[in-house]
Design a protein around this ligand. Structure first.
Ligand code: NAD
Length: 478
């Protein structure tokens, strides 16, 4: 049992006024821990602490080298707790433990370390010739107090994508984890202390929508960085607009894996397609849930793909050989089951999964599922499902593949598979998404920008662009 009955503010735990949030395992409903729920009044205390640390603490005026050191020290402290954090995040999210060390921990560490390397050489000040003669000093200043709101599916990773660049920029932070998965992020408090990050620079308040909304509405917050659903992102964007508050939105996706007709059908391709959609039980924003196959070799690829998905081992996420664990809760399971049934009614052909797995009645399990012969106009191809469900869509030629991949209100990620990397890169460049990988399921690179076109978001995280999102430019005309 993990007990965090309060909020982490100004370098210590203090009581919250809300009732404790019970965190339960999606695998069997077992009580894993409790965290204090922060009310609007508690959020105000945390924002005040972040403001005091910003205006009166050493962080804002610290050198890039000191910030890089602190980010590295935070990564080291997290890395030293890899096993415990991976166990906890696997338990609260339901991520297969076998994948968690890489998928939840190494990815978060990769973000911190890449950011620490970038900030060392980041140009926070630059002199440039004035357009009218003379010189201009362009300064890049911390945006101020950042409200960072993250989802449950990858708590340490999504928080790293906000905390690393916000720290690099010299900002102070109020982090709000999701009520479904606040335990691993609460454990970060210890890492923050161990890293020597000054009190008040990172504050943690747990809670649900009301806690998040209080953070978004607080006038002491200069920037909101939100990762979550497009529905919530729209509300948050609208609320920020009221006060002209800066906002970054990392939202949902319905990404495509485009398999070209020259592809070599081998284990690399099939494993890549499976990982692209099924990793973290299908609960990844950048999941490549639409598999676009050429009509000329449709069955040749569909059959081994469906067979590989059918063979995936469903089980307790803590078991070392589990490949697919439960989805986050029963409501999510029911929503996914209904969507799959709706797709079958609409004419999709079930070629793997589709039924509730036997013997897993106490948890929110969904069998990994493949629906073939899907039309891109069907709801199953348009709506983000956030579960272990792949839809397979046939296309005629390269132009058709690009058109289908782009025919989505989302634009987050994707992949192109081909024996010819030059051709694959050419096709990738026509896809209107924030990132596209070639012959791999990797959704992003830690040192490069990641984010959404269209309704997948506004702004970018990662790389120098991720740091820029936490800076205000000021021109001093000399
Ligand atoms: P969600 O939108 O329900 O909640 C995300 C977070 O926002 C939670 O902490 C929640 O408490 C808070 N929240 C919700 N409504 C709010 C509001 N009106 N005001 C303030 N805070 C609010 O999403 P979720 O179910 O936790 O996560 C799944 C979603 O996250 C999926 O849509 C997925 O695609 C998306 N996601 C996106 C990325 C990305 O980088 N683009 C990464 C991971 C997850």
């Amino acid at each position: 049992m993990y007990e965090f009955e309060g909020m982490y503010v100004s370098g210590k735990w203090s009581p919250t006024s809300g009732p404790p949030i019970e965190v339960r395992s999606p695998a069997d409903g077992e009580l894993l821990g409790r965290v204090g729920e922060a009310t609007a009044a508690d959020v105000a205390v945390a924002v005040e602490a972040a403001r005091t640390a910003l205006e009166h603490g050493p962080w804002q005026s610290s050198t890039a080298a000191i910030r890089a050191q602190a980010i590295t020290a935070l990564a080291d402290a997290i890395g030293a707790r890899t096993k415990e954090l991976a166990d906890v995040v696997s338990a609260e999210v339901g991520s297969p433990r076998k994948w968690t060390t890489f998928g939840q921990l190494a990815t978060a560490l990769g973000v911190y370390r890449a950011c620490a390397a970038i900030v060392e050489d980041y140009e926070f000040e630059e002199r440039r010739p004035s357009a009218t003669g003379g010189e201009v000093l362009v300064r890049r200043l911390p945006v101020g107090v950042v409200g960072a709101i993250v989802p449950w599916n990858a708590p340490l990773f999504t928080a790293a994508l906000k905390m690393a660049p916000a720290l690099a920029a010299g900002c102070t932070i109020v982090l709000k984890p999701s009520p479904e998965a606040p335990l691993a992020l609460s454990m970060l408090a210890e890492c923050i202390e161990e890293a020597g990050i000054p009190a008040g620079v990172i504050n943690i308040v747990s809670g649900g929508v009301a806690t998040g909304a209080a953070l978004v509405a607080h006038p002491g917050v200069d920037k909101i960085s939100f990762t979550g659903s497009t529905a919530a992102g729209k509300q948050i964007g609208a609320a920020c607009a009221q006060d002209v508050r800066r906002v970054t939105l990392e939202l949902g996706g319905k990404s495509a894996a485009v398999v070209l007709d020259d592809v070599v059908v081998d284990a690399t391709l099939i494993n890549g397609l499976v990982t692209g959609v099924m990793a973290n039980n299908g609960q990844i924003c950048a999941a490549q849930t639409r598999i676009l196959l050429p009509r000329s070799c449709y069955d040749e690829i569909l059959e081994p793909f469906a067979a590989a998905v059918s063979a995936m081992r469903i089980g307790d996420p803590a078991e070392r050989d589990t490949e697919v664990g439960p989805v986050i809760n029963a409501a999510s399971r029911d929503r996914i089951e209904n969507a799959v049934a709706g797709a079958v009614d609409a004419g999709a052909r079930l070629v793997a999964g589709g039924t509730r797995p036997d013997g897993f009645d106490s948890g929110s399990y969904v069998s990994p599922t493949v629906l073939a012969d899907v039309d891109n106009d069907m709801a199953i191809a348009r709506d983000e499902l956030f579960g272990p469900v792949a839809v397979v869509i046939a296309y005629d030629d390269e132009n058709d593949a690009v058109a289908v991949a782009n025919d989505s209100e989302y634009g987050l990620a994707g992949a192109v598979w081909s024996a010819d990397p030059v051709r694959a890169s050419r096709v990738a460049a026509r896809i209107r998404t924030g990132s596209v990988s070639i012959n791999s399921a990797a959704p992003l690179d830690f040192g490069s920008p990641f984010g959404g076109f269209k309704k997948s978001g506004i702004g970018r995280e990662g790389g120098p662009e991720g740091i820029a999102a936490y800076l205000e430019s000021q021109s001093i005309i000399l």
